[in-house]
Ligand binder design. Structure first.
Ligand code: HSE
Length: 440
């Protein structure tokens, strides 16, 4: 059997502790599978004394990640600290510069510096593996980077944040408030250190930017993403969506269009009968539409210690199994010099259906006036309903809900702006884009 693969782990949070436990418990079976043992020889974390439920006493301890990456006797640097900046950034650069392979779950780091790091890996003959960075345990990176090579991809979209999906599912099923559901997601270890990253959509955007690069062969453009989180979604929206045959999901969507690539993250109405609408709780799903394969939908656990550790372990095992001196898979599926420039399609030119919920003062002619503004902007309606209660108090606002046929974002924005100018709206209108899967 070949000599052991020596790994150093930086970060012993939920994922790091799961990884250590699995590597220790399955040491022998992994050695058989990989043809060589995988030994943890170095670790670092913020707090040496914290009880993590795993034994790290026989492993060399380093006080900081950069020193570990620079000095430890290891073959692979496993980065599980998170964050786009230091220490993760400097530590990963130090490791790659030494020719060490790197395995990371850090989507923020890749979104910000992925191409630079991929270049460094290439020039030092090292692997940069990051399966756990997108959709937790689902092997979506491998699917796009390796399995779908040669396909022309037209759209990639999915539910890529377990916390948001957990919140939206729990709000719908249990009628609980947004805040109560978020607290529970944090307690269960799904949320980011700063949960604003989850609920404002940044975490999904980081993941989407990585998928976009893999799907379209372009440089990463994480700052060029249209972004809306779920903090604005109310039980009323969830209920109205259900009444109309839709469910609300936070989707990340990257789509090839005539004017460039659309990258957008926003709450989205998906048809109730679609498969993606059935993806509940912390589960993630990623759909890929391409010319040779057709539509591929991958569904699985997207967050949590074990699911994420499983993907990290797969990346480490790939390195353990690789032959010394073998040609490595480029981090983003093609050599860095072959990545194309990213050209953004503006959100104003997005085409699709829309859900629009308006609260209006209850007076004659309002309903007709709303319909007129839609027609003036050439927006064709699938439905328009006034949600009336049986006993309406005088002056109580009424709710009008519209679902449009395919139109453009520009037309919807113009129509909503002119409706706002009429003076009968109460509060802000709610506008949610509709996304239709190609098949089921
Ligand atoms: N906070 C992330 C989520 C963890 O909720 O999906 C996995 O990236």
């Amino acid at each position: 059997m070949a000599g052991a693969l020596k790994i150093g782990i930086a970060g012993l949070g939920t994922v790091g502790a799961s990884l250590v436990r699995i590597l220790q418990e399955r040491h022998n079976s992994l050695a058989t599978t990989c043809g060589r043992a995988i030994e943890i020889t170095a670790v670092t974390a913020r707090d040496r004394t914290r009880n993590r439920g795993v034994d790290i006493s026989g492993i060399s301890w380093f006080d900081d990640a950069v020193t570990l990456a620079t000095e430890a006797d290891i073959d692979v640097f496993v980065e599980l600290m998170g964050g786009a900046g230091d220490p993760a950034y400097s530590a990963v650069k130090a490791a790659l510069s030494r020719g060490l392979h790197v395995v990371t779950a850090n989507k923020a780091l890749l979104a910000a510096h992925g191409i630079e790091l991929a270049g460094l890996a290439e020039s030092h003959g090292a692997l940069l593996n990051y399966e756990a960075a997108v959709a937790g345990g689902i092997p979506v990176i491998k699917a796009l980077r390796e399995s779908m090579t040669g396909n022309t991809i037209s759209r990639v979209y999915g539910i890529m944040n377990g916390t948001c999906n957990y919140i939206l599912t729990k709000m719908e099923k249990e009628g609980l408030s947004f805040e109560a559901c978020l607290k529970e997601a944090q307690r269960l270890g799904y949320a980011e250190a700063d949960p604003a990253f989850d609920i404002e959509g940044n975490d999904t955007a980081h993941k989407l930017s990585i998928l976009t690069s893999l799907a379209f062969g372009t440089a990463i453009a994480a700052d060029d993403i249209y972004l809306e989180g779920i903090t604005n979604i109310s039980i009323d929206d969830i209920q109205a969506a259900a009444d109309l045959g839709y469910r609300i999901k936070l989707l990340g969507v990257a789509q090839r269009t005539e004017s460039g690539i659309e990258q957008r993250v926003h709450p989205t109405m998906v048809p109730l009968e679609s498969v993606i609408a059935q993806v509940d709780g912390v589960t993630n799903a990623v759909a890929m539409e391409s010319d040779i394969l057709g539509e591929l939908l991958m569904v699985g656990p997207g967050a949590g210690g074990n699911a994420t550790a499983s993907a990290v372990l797969g990346d480490i095992a790939d390195i353990a199994k690789s032959r010394p001196g073998a040609q490595h898979v480029p981090a983003f599926g093609r050599p860095v010099t072959a990545l194309l420039p990213y050209k953004r399609a503006q959100i104003q030119s997005h085409e699709g259906g829309y859900f629009i919920r308006l609260k209006v003062v209850d007076r004659a002619g309002v309903f007709a006036n709303v319909a007129t503004h839609m027609a003036e902007n050439r927006i064709s309606l699938e439905s328009i309903v006034q949600h009336s209660k049986h006993h309406v108090e005088a002056d109580e606002p009424q709710t009008i809900i519209l679902v449009t046929h395919a139109t453009t974002e520009d037309s919807v924005r113009k129509a909503v702006a002119s409706i706002k100018g009429e003076g009968y709206l109460v509060g802000e209108p709610q506008v949610i884009r509709i996304e239709r899967p190609k098949a089921g």
